[in-house]
Write a protein that binds this ligand. Structure first.
Ligand SMILES: [Zn+2]
Length: 275
C-alpha cells in the first residue's frame, strides 16, 4: 500500500509539473529522493511487507522458534548442522539451492530423514535477484523445486529470496510459482567469512524470543568456508533449552498470511501444542 500510494503520489506530482501546475523542481527532486529511499527499504527489509505479505515470525505463546538454514546443501557443513541437531528435540527448515541439491542429493535425503523440512532459496544464488523480472524469479523457484522433488518426492512450497531481497518481481514470481515468501525476525550475520560463533550468538540473542524466525547458514554461499553459526549451534541450542523454547519446522506454523506482520498473531492456549 505504501509503495502504491507513494508511487502514485510522486507520479502525480511529476504529471502536475509537466502541465505547469506542479511544485518547484527542488520539491519534486526531494519527493523523488524520498520515494527512492522508501522503495529501496522495501527491498532490503522484507518485514516492511511493502510489496506483499512475507512471513517473518511465528505465533507467540507456543514457546516455539524456527531455526532456518540457507545456502546448502553442503556435504560437510550441512552434515555438521544435522549432527548438532540430532538427539535434540529441535528441528529446522533448510532453504536449499537447486544447483547444490543436484550436486549433493544424499545430503538432501539426510535432511529429510532426520525430520527436518526442505524449502527453497532459488536455483543458483542469484546476487542480481533484485533486478530480475517475475518470470525469471518464477523459473528459478520451479527449477529448485523440481530438483528437490526428483530426489525426495517432496515438493517444497516455502521460498526465501536469495540475498533476502524482496521486490515486486519477487512477490509476483513467488505467487506464479505457488510458493510462500519467508523472511526472518532474527539473524546471525553468519554468511560472512571471518565471523565468530560468539558474534553470531550475540546477534541472534538480541531478537531471540517466543515466535522468532531465525536466519542462519548451513553452507557458504559460494566459497567453501564454514559459516560461524555451525560453531555457535550447540550453545544456541543450550540457550533455547534454558529458555524453554523449541525449534520447530516452518510447516508447523500457520503460513497462510495469518503470520504476516499486517495481522495480529492468534494467542495460543498454554499447553496446546502441535508436537
Ligand atoms: Zn543465501
Amino acid at each position: 500500500m505504501a509503495f502504491l500510494l507513494s508511487t502514485t503520489g510522486v507520479a502525480a506530482l511529476w504529471g502536475a509539473r509537466l502541465i505547469g501546475v506542479g511544485p518547484s523542481i527542488f520539491a519534486l527532486a526531494l519527493a523523488s529522493f524520498a520515494w527512492g529511499v522508501l522503495v529501496t527499504s522495501g527491498v532490503f527489509f522484507p518485514w516492511l511487507e511493502m510489496y506483499g505479505p512475507v512471513v517473518c515470525r511465528g505465533p507467540q505463546g507456543g514457546h516455539q522458534v524456527a531455526l532456518t538454514f540457507d545456502d546448502g546443501p553442503h556435504p560437510q557443513t550441512t552434515r555438521k548442522v544435522l549432527a548438532a541437531l540430532a538427539g535434540t528435540r529441535h528441528r529446522a527448515t533448510f532453504f536449499v539451492l537447486g544447483n547444490k541439491v543436484r550436486q549433493h542429493p544424499e545430503v538432501v535425503l539426510a535432511i529429510r530423514e532426520a525430520g527436518h523440512v526442505l524449502a527453497l532459496h532459488g536455483d543458483v544464488h542469484d546476487r542480481l535477484h533484485s533486478f530480475r523480472g517475475p518470470w525469471r524469479v518464477r523459473n528459478e523457484i520451479l527449477r529448485a523445486q523440481a530438483a528437490v522433488e526428483a530426489i525426495t518426492g517432496f515438493k517444497p512450497t516455502l521460498f526465501r529470496p536469495p540475498v533476502g531481497h524482496t521486490t515486486p518481481a519477487t512477490m509476483l514470481g513467488a505467487r506464479m510459482a505457488g510458493v510462500t515468501p519467508i523472511g526472518w525476525s532474527a539473524r546471525g550475520y553468519d554468511g560472512m567469512k571471518g565471523r565468530t560463533p560468539e558474534a553470531v550468538l550475540r546477534e541472534v540473542e538480541r531478537s531471540l524470543r517466543d515466535g522468532a524466525l531465525i536466519l542462519l547458514h548451513d553452507a557458504a554461499e559460494r566459497d567453501d568456508f564454514e559459516p560461524a553459526s555451525i560453531g555457535a549451534l550447540p550453545e544456541l541450542l543450550r540457550r533455547l533449552d534454558a529458555r524453554g523454547l523449541t525449534s520447530v519446522t516452518l510447516d508447523r506454523w500457520p503460513l497462510d498470511g495469518e503470520l504476516s506482520a499486517r495481522s495480529v498473531p492468534p494467542a495460543r492456549i498454554p499447553g496446546e501444542s502441535r508436537e
